[in-house]
Design a protein around this ligand. Structure first.
Ligand SMILES: [Fe+2]
Length: 263
């Protein structure tokens, strides 16, 4: 993607988001959070693509995907008064719909357009579905990594400042109290994907965040996890039980290993 087209997408996004501001010029707090999230994800996507030596057009495409990946959050929130996909719609599919109906990618090269659409659509799946075309795969992987990097940060900010009550969508309706689900701990230690249905407490939720390191793909994402002390921060939110310490130690050694070595 050429730099002038990236600028157009940035401009379109800002104007689109402005349409959700109140008469005081402000966004609802959860939408403000999503706006800042989108900008940080775009920055990380760009930074990681640069670190990997991607071409300038691909670096621009990576940034555009970061900007657009959650654009469906705005109409989702206005329509359903929630950011919980379980209680409304799949926000990735909504982002895709918005990008299509607004003609954001009209004029972009066909293969680049496909990569952007695929990355938006698959950014929040438990796993990347089989059958994603080769050209799109690097972008799908990159947005999933960049998105997780920022969710780690948001989750830590909210839990460490005791503001979970303001974000019920993060908790999926599980109670705040309670010990770790042993079955879930075993799955994380075996580096298996844990379905959200196994989350029975906030402790489980914190452990799941640590398990996300097994779904990170690119070395520059591992480098950022390390530099930002993400494992240490998530660990600090947990009661230091032997299970929790073991999960954190395994996650830490996985990050150390993978920041040096691609999959
Ligand atoms: Fe998302």
């Amino acid at each position: 993607m050429q730099p002038n087209f990236l600028k157009e997408i940035q401009r379109w996004f800002d104007t689109y988001v402005d349409g959700f501001r109140g008469s005081d010029g402000k966004l609802a707090p959860l939408l403000q959070l999503k706006l800042e999230h989108s900008r940080r994800v775009a920055e990380d996507a760009r930074g990681m693509a640069c670190d990997m030596g991607w071409s300038a057009p691909d670096v621009n495409t990576a940034e555009a995907i970061g900007i657009l990946h959650d654009v469906g959050r705005f109409s989702q929130y206005v329509e359903f008064k929630t950011l919980s996909d379980r209680h409304s719609i799949n926000h990735a599919a909504r982002s895709w719909d918005v990008v299509e109906s607004e003609g954001v990618l009209a004029g972009v090269e066909t293969t680049v357009g496909q990569s952007i659409r695929d990355a938006i659509l698959h950014h929040n799946r438990i796993e990347i579905p089989a059958g994603v075309v080769q050209n799109s795969l690097p972008f799908v992987r990159l947005i999933r990594d960049a998105d997780k990097l920022d969710i780690f940060r948001i989750f830590h900010d909210i839990v460490s400042s005791d503001r979970l009550g303001e974000h019920p969508e993060l908790l999926l309706g599980v109670p705040l109290e309670g010990p770790a689900n042993p079955e879930l701990v075993n799955m994380i230690r075996a580096q298996r994907n844990v379905p959200f249905s196994m989350i029975k407490s906030l402790t489980d939720f914190k452990l799941i965040q640590l398990s996300w390191v097994y779904d990170i793909h690119y070395p520059p994402a591992f480098a950022r996890i390390d530099q930002r002390n993400i494992i240490g921060k998530l660990e600090s939110l947990l009661q230091p039980t032997p299970e929790a310490l073991a999960v954190a130690a395994l996650a830490r050694s996985h990050v150390a290993l993978r920041r040096r070595k691609p999959a």
